[in-house]
Design a protein around this ligand. Structure first.
Ligand code: TNX
Length: 722
């Protein structure tokens, strides 16, 4: 009693609030408030059924309390109990004055309960800085996920992600009750997992740059860029993930997207002389020959080791974007097709069926991207990942494949979140709001089809991720959160529900949690308005607003309306911890000029996409071939242009391909004398606040070849003085 009075006085004096279950993300199916509260003291114990030892250890990482096995005297503690009546990932969580009781039939259910409990505690828990006593308000939660598959795909091939970074990413996924990590371990630009029977795959294929067969690209132009996971490291990551209820599904992307494999082992390619070989050895063939028996032997070696490292039932073998043109030129493939009486469109089915059978022999099942099951010839045991569009997902489910729904238009988090933010845009430009709005019923999935839908997944393809760039934010987290919050809500509940309700959960609680988790997420931008000579910015979250003024260095804290007669010179953004919003301004802030320009180059133009396309500002142009060192493109303005900023870009807007892989940009004020202003980044250069009106700009390439056979020439972007 004396102790209780002491505690009450403590809470009264220090005015410590009672942590509660408001705004848990993803939203539990059922949560009721109960009277009373439980006080966690330094002497409180975590007691557990014997089979839940590792769950107790996971909880103790956040609540540093003594762990003991459960017995009748466990009252007064946090208890982890096995309740066989519950389904696999289901849990019950009860908080009253006597105990915090967690029930699940498996460690998976118990894990989900622990994540909910952590969200009921003060945010300091995620910094491992929770102080005791801490009071948790009474409640009872009954909760389970709608989908058994709640996934995220991370591309570690285009951008290398270290073991430590990967673990942090996994820890944060776990806090959102996602349970599958699909690891895209190989692609055209890097092989990231050690294969002991073929050490050359990582010795040569895990790096790119001047000393390696794979050329530098995607802005990672340092001499030797890359890295790989040893088997020992990967087993450790698999165990780390499993302790957080996350299964890792590895992907070896075949038979396309195999440039790395082909550069390490050129003999896997089809048997014909390619029309294009560049002097850096970067040819565009990336498909494994379907006819060579040796290829299947090598794949068997590789997959045997993959199957051993990863306990997951499924091994993903890709199957996306396979260019059949290589098979149709290959005498061996032609002979095989003649023998089997099939055409080239059926050769992928043959390849996939052989690899699927191989995996089945290893006790695994195959997983593929949707193209590989389009003909419905593949075994129905294969799991299909629908990415191209919603229809492809529905079709796979209708054909009876266990299907993971992840159409790019809703779930590719490498896409831009608005038109001025970084990212790809081939599928769509969208933010968390659209992710939450995904509705399978509205897309016409029938009840029958839904029985085959395993769940949803989002992905992050990493061509544009430059971890070494001096950025003000972390691109990976900026692109993925809070879109992952919306994904987990959808995956947990089956339907995201109303945005405004979900958004208020984020703003009222979850944003703070993410700050404590160390997630540098993307905030929604401020709303900006201008009236009666006053410029006003507002946010509907708890972030702080800052602004910048065009032509001035630095940023200022926004304290209230700004009186100005040039509102277009201001842009506003907000911050909260490491989270940041994109910039917002009044209309006209991002207006662009289209001065008459003439484009010339040392490389001839393509007939189909002439340079005058880009001179007209509406469309892109192509060169007739890839650039060699010393090649240039020049933009000469009819009259010198007065502007605050001028951008010149090569390459596709959607992918950093068809670029000058390395080079520099020069400016001329008289059309004769040129001065170097910057190096190109991702094939693009910028001039800020030019000293005088610009007569011409020229970009010069310093690297031969770009992995493709042309360069895309974009219209110049000319920003007016404001
Ligand atoms: C399509 S998704 C791809 C990837 C790219 C991605 C960029 C898929 C199966 N193929 O190779 O990285 O788009 O968004």
């Amino acid at each position: 009693m004396k102790r209780l009075v002491g505690i009450l006085i403590f809470f009264a004096v220090f005015q410590i609030g009672i942590a509660d279950g408001n705004n848990i993300v993803p939203t539990p199916q059922k949560i009721e408030k109960r009277n009373g509260a439980f006080t966690i003291l330094t002497t409180t114990k975590i007691t557990h059924y014997p089979e839940l030892r590792s769950s107790a250890e996971y909880l103790a990482e956040y609540l540093p309390l003594e762990i003991r096995e459960y017995n009748e005297n466990s009252n007064g503690n946090i208890v982890l109990v096995v309740n066989k009546k519950l389904a696999d990932e289901e849990y019950h969580l009860t908080v009253d004055s006597q105990a915090i009781k967690i029930e699940g039939s498996t460690p998976a259910g118990v894990h989900n309960a622990i994540e909910s409990l952590l969200q009921m505690l003060p945010d300091a828990v995620y910094r491992h800085q929770l102080s005791f006593p801490t009071m948790v308000a009474g409640c009872h939660v009954e909760d389970k996920p709608r989908f058994a598959y709640r996934g995220f795909m991370l591309d570690v091939s285009r951008t290398w992600v270290t073991v430590d970074e990967l673990k942090i990413f996994i820890a944060n996924m776990a806090h959102h009750k996602l349970n599958k990590l699909h690891l895209h371990l190989t692609d055209d630009e890097g092989w990231r997992i050690e294969i002991k029977s073929h050490p050359e795959l990582t010795e040569k294929g895990a790096f790119r740059g001047k000393d390696y067969p794979v050329a530098a690209r995607y802005g990672k132009l340092q001499d030797n860029y890359g890295g790989y996971y040893t088997q020992e490291q990967m087993r450790d990551v698999v165990a780390y993930a499993a302790a957080r209820n996350i299964e890792i599904i590895p992907e070896i992307d075949l038979p396309g997207h195999s440039t790395t494999l082909a550069h390490v082992h050129p003999e896997i390619l089809c048997n014909y002389t390619p029309g294009l070989t560049s002097s850096v050895g970067y040819d565009t063939r990336n498909v494994v020959c379907a006819a060579k028996e040796d290829n299947y032997r090598m794949l068997n070696d590789i997959l045997l080791e993959i199957a051993d490292i990863f306990p997951s039932k499924y091994i993903h073998i890709g199957g996306d974007e396979v260019s059949t043109s290589q098979w149709s030129k290959c005498p061996d493939c032609k002979a095989l097709m003649a023998k089997l009486g099939i055409d080239v469109s059926q050769l992928q089915d043959y390849f996939m069926a052989r690899v699927a059978a191989m995996l089945e022999g290893m006790g695994k099942q195959v997983a593929v991207w949707n193209e590989a099951a389009a003909s419905a010839k593949l075994t129905r045991k294969a799991m299909v990942y629908g990415w191209e569009n919603v229809e492809a997902c529905r079709k796979a489910a209708a054909a009876g494949y266990p299907t993971v729904v992840m159409p790019g238009v809703y779930f590719y988090f490498d896409m831009q979140q608005s038109s001025r933010e970084p990212g790809h845009n081939w599928a769509a430009i969208f933010d968390a709001r659209k992710v939450l709005s995904f509705d399978m019923a509205a897309h016409g999935f029938t009840e029958q089809e839904m029985t085959h839908v395993q769940g949803v997944q989002a992905s992050f393809f990493s061509e544009l991720y430059l971890p070494n760039r001096e950025a003000e934010y972390d691109y990976l987290y900026y692109q993925t959160y809070p879109r992952i919050c919306a994904l987990c809500e959808l995956a947990w509940r089956g339907n995201g529900g109303e945005w405004s309700q979900f958004y208020s959960r984020l703003v009222n609680s979850h944003y703070n949690r993410m700050v404590a988790m160390g997630i540098d997420f993307r905030l929604f931008p401020p709303t900006v308005s201008f009236a009666d000579g006053k410029l006003t910015a507002k946010v509907n979250d708890r972030s702080s607003i800052y602004y910048k003024i065009v032509g001035q260095q630095g940023e200022y804290r926004y304290e209230g309306p700004i009186s100005t007669d040039t509102p277009q010179r201001y842009s506003f953004f907000s911050r909260m911890g490491g989270a940041v919003s994109p910039e917002q301004g009044v209309q006209g802030r991002w207006r662009m000029l289209q001065p008459n320009v003439k484009i010339t180059s040392s490389i001839a133009e393509s007939e189909k996409y002439p340079y005058k396309n880009a001179e007209g500002y509406g469309r892109i142009a192509h060169t007739s071939k890839a650039a060699s060192e010393g090649d240039w493109v020049m933009y000469t303005f009819e009259k010198p242009v007065t502007c605050r900023r001028l951008e010149i870009a090569t390459g596709n807007l959607t992918l950093p391909r068809f670029v000058f892989d390395a080079g520099y940009m020069e400016v001329s004020y008289d059309g004769t004398n040129f001065k170097r202003v910057c190096d190109l980044e991702q094939g693009a250069g910028v001039i800020e606040n030019p000293a005088k009106p610009i007569k011409a700009v020229r970009i010069t390439c310093t690297q031969t070849g770009n992995g493709d056979n042309y360069v895309t020439v974009q219209p110049p972007k000319v920003y007016p003085k404001l």
